[in-house]
Design a protein around this ligand. Structure first.
Ligand code: ZN
Length: 112
């Protein structure tokens, strides 16, 4: 057990008290744990995440998968490489459709 101090606004305190009273016999610690477990199952899930990108020189026209910008033959776009992982953005299946991203979208994707 560890004591944590944090400040909650009035609405949050009221919500916590109401949930604790209704579902957890007034136990706020159990209520917070249940809330965090529920959040964890919603924000991160198993699936396929982008592990990196392979440069591809276009042999025809193509549009960026993410922003839709049109690109001409000879330009370099990036094909994502997928691996199993946990992320809010994880996909349930490896996408079957052609997927090429422009350098700008790749930079946004890889930014911390
Ligand atoms: Zn783009």
């Amino acid at each position: 057990m560890k004591r944590l101090n944090f400040t909650l606004d009035a609405a949050t305190v009221e919500l916590l008290e109401r949930l604790a009273r209704t579902y957890y016999g007034g136990n706020k610690s159990q209520t917070v744990r249940a809330a965090l477990e529920s959040l964890a199952t919603h924000v991160g899930h198993d699936g396929w995440v982008v592990a990196g990108y392979t440069p591809v020189r276009l042999e025809g026209r193509a549009a960026c998968h993410t922003c839709g910008e049109a690109h001409q033959e000879g330009e370099v776009l990036f094909r994502p490489v997928f691996e199993r992982g946990v992320s809010p953005r994880a996909l349930p299946h490896i996408p079957a459709e052609p997927w090429l991203d422009c350098p700008r979208c790749v930079e946004v994707q890889l930014a911390p």
